[in-house]
Design a protein around this ligand. Structure first.
Ligand SMILES: *Cc1c(COP(=O)(O)O)cnc(C)c1O
Length: 480
C-alpha cells in the first residue's frame, strides 16, 4: 500500500476552506510562525477516503475475527448497547454539576445509583463508586481507599502482598499508592502457595491483592482461609475483578472475604475495548470503607431523592469527573438489565465451559502446566514445541496467517512459553472447533517444518518484526 504522502500530487486538494475570520490582531508572534510549509499530503477527498478505509480494514477486531486473547475478555458486545448509550447522551451528568444541582437530573443519578447497587449485589459489596476510568485506575482507587482506612485507624502499614501470577497492574498500582510489594510464589497446585503466604503475612501488610480465578484461570480453593488470615492482621483483601465473567452469579467476592473489588465494565459488562477506547473500573467496598469513597458520591435520601455528598473530610476525593465514563455505565446498566440474573449466570457458565472445551481438545498437543478444571481461560505451554525450536511467539504469528488473533503469550510469566487462551462466552462451538483445528495443525507443523512457523506471518502487510530491537530502540515517530 502506498502511504498517503506518496499519493500526494502538488496542487491537489480535498477541501475548500472558508475565508479566515480570525482578526489579524490575534496573529501569532513572529517567533512562533512557521518558516516552511507544513508539508501535508496534497490529496483529493477520494484518495483520503480510500487511504483510511484500507487502514481500517487492516484492523483485527472481535467484529471480524476470533480473538482469544487471554485475560482480556475480547468478547462480542451487542450493538444494541451502543444504541442505549447514544440514547442517554443528552442526559450526561454534566447537568448535575451545573448550578441547578442534583434536582435537575434525578433520572441520570438514579441510573448510576442503581448500577452501583447492581454491581454491589454481583460482587457482594455494600457500595460501589463508578468513578474509576479503567481497571488499573480502579486498583489505584481501591488501594487509596485501603490506605485511607489504615490511616484513619492509626495502623502502621507498609506492604501489599501479591501472588507471582498477578496481573502487572496489581503491584504497579500498589507501588504507585506508596506501598512496598511482597510477592508470594505459586504452588504446584497452581495457586498462591498457602504456606509461603502464611510466612509472608505480617502486621505491616496493608492488603492482599488477588485475582480469583488467577491468571492461570484457576479458582483458589483456600481463598476463605487466606482472607481470614489477612483479616487477623487487619490487612484488607483486594479482589481484581477485571474478568468477572468467570464467576458472575456463582460466587460473590464479598462472601469469601474480600473487602474491595474492581470490575472492568469494558471486559465483562457490555463495552468493547482494545482500541484504547473508554473503559470503566468501578470499585465496590465493604461498609468499613464507605466513608473513604470518592466524592461527589450519589446518595439517596429518605424520600427517594438522589443527592450529592461532597463535604466528607475522610473521602479520598474526586478520582474522575462526571461519575466516570458515563456512556460505559449506560452500556453496563443496559447489559445487566437485558440479561437479568439468570442471563448473567449463563454468561459465566458458558465462558467456563468454552475454556474447558478448548483445554480438553488441545491438551494432547500442547503441554498444560496446571492441569485442573479451569475457569474462563486456560493456559498452555509451548514447551513440547520448544524441542523443535518452536516458541509460543511462532505459533502466535502462524495463527495470524490463519485469520485468528493470537492468544496472550508469555503471560502469566510463571509459565514457560505460555499460551493463554480465553474464548469468552460469545463464541460458537463451530468457531472454537475451527480454531482448535488450526492449533493442532500448528503443533504438527512445529514437528515437520519448524521454519514455516518461524517465517510467519506471510499474509500481513508487515512480516516478522525484530521485537527486541523495537523494544530497545523505541521510535514512535513516523519514520518509514
Ligand atoms: C485487564 C486487566 C487489568 C487492567 O485493566 P485495564 O482496564 O486495562 O487497566 C487488571 N487485572 C486483570 C486481571 C486484567 O485482566
Amino acid at each position: 500500500m502506498q502511504l498517503i504522502y506518496e499519493k500526494s500530487t502538488p496542487g491537489r486538494n480535498g477541501v475548500r476552506l472558508p475565508a479566515s475570520d480570525v482578526p489579524a490582531a490575534a496573529a501569532l508572534p513572529e517567533s512562533l510562525l512557521r518558516t516552511e510549509a507544513a508539508g501535508l499530503p496534497e490529496v483529493s477527498e477520494l484518495d483520503l477516503v480510500r487511504h483510511f478505509t484500507i487502514l481500517s480494514q487492516r484492523n483485527f477486531s472481535v467484529d471480524t475475527n476470533f480473538y482469544p486473547l487471554g485475560s482480556c475478555t475480547m468478547k462480542y458486545n451487542a450493538k444494541v448497547l451502543e444504541n442505549a448509550a447514544a440514547l442517554f447522551a443528552p442526559f450526561h451528568p454534566m447537568t448535575a454539576l451545573l448550578p441547578q444541582g442534583a434536582a435537575c437530573c434525578q433520572g441520570t443519578l438514579g441510573m448510576l445509583y442503581d448500577l452501583g447497587q447492581m454491581l454491589a449485589d454481583i460482587t457482594g459489596m455494600d457500595e460501589v463508586t463508578t468513578q474509576p476510568l479503567a481497571g488499573a485506575h480502579g486498583e489505584m482507587t481501591g488501594i487509596m481507599l485501603i490506605s485511607a482506612y489504615h490511616k484513619a485507624k492509626g495502623n502502621k502499614k507498609k506492604y501489599v502482598l501479591v501472588p507471582d501470577s498477578s496481573h502487572g497492574t496489581n503491584p504497579a498500582s500498589a507501588a504507585m499508592a506508596g506501598y512496598e510489594i511482597i510477592t508470594v510464589p505459586t504452588a504446584p497446585y497452581g495457586d498462591m502457595d498457602l504456606e509461603l503466604f502464611k510466612k509472608a503475612m505480617n502486621s505491616e501488610v496493608a492488603a492482599v491483592m488477588m485475582t480469583c480465578p488467577n491468571t492461570l484461570g484457576l479458582f483458589n480453593p483456600h481463598i476463605k482461609e487466606i482472607s481470614d488470615i489477612a483479616h487477623s492482621h487487619d490487612a484488607l483483601m483486594y479482589y481484581d475483578g477485571a474478568n468477572l465473567n468467570a464467576i458472575m452469579g456463582k460466587v460473590k467476592p464479598g462472601d469469601v472475604g474480600f473487602d474491595v473489588v474492581h470490575v472492568n465494565l469494558h471486559k465483562t459488562f457490555g463495552t468493547p475495548h482494545g482500541g484504547g477506547g473508554p473503559g470503566a473500573g468501578p470499585v465496590g467496598v465493604k461498609k468499613s470503607l464507605i466513608p473513604f469513597l470518592p466524592q461527589p458520591r450519589i446518595v439517596m435520601d429518605g424520600e427517594g431523592q438522589f443527592l450529592l455528598e461532597t463535604a466528607n473530610q475522610l473521602s479520598i476525593g474526586r478520582t474522575a469527573n462526571f461519575f466516570g465514563n458515563f456512556g460505559v455505565m449506560v452500556k453496563a446498566y443496559a447489559y445487566i438489565i437485558m440479561l437479568g440474573r439468570q442471563g448473567l449466570i449463563q454468561v459465566s457458565e458458558q465462558a467456563v465451559l468454552n475454556a474447558n472445551y478448548i483445554k480438553e481438545k488441545l491438551k494432547a498437543y500442547y503441554d498444560v502446566p496446571y492441569d485442573m478444571t479451569c475457569m474462563h481461560e486456560c493456559v498452555f505451554s509451548a514447551s513440547k514445541q520448544l524441542a523443535h525450536g518452536v516458541h509460543a511467539i511462532d505459533i502466535a504469528k502462524y495463527l495470524i496467517d490463519k485469520g485468528y488473533h493470537p492468544p496472550t503469550v508469555y503471560f502469566p510469566m510463571i509459565v514457560k512459553e505460555a499460551i493463554m487462551i480465553e474464548p469468552t462466552e460469545t463464541e460458537s462451538k463451530a468457531t472454537m472447533d475451527a480454531f482448535i483445528q488450526v492449533m493442532i495443525e500448528a503443533a504438527q507443523v512445529a514437528e515437520t517444518d519448524p521454519q514455516a512457523l518461524h517465517d510467519a506471518p506471510l499474509t500481513m502487510p508487515i512480516g516478522r518484526l525484530d521485537e527486541t530491537k523495537a523494544a530497545r530502540e523505541q521510535n514512535v515517530c513516523c519514520q518509514w
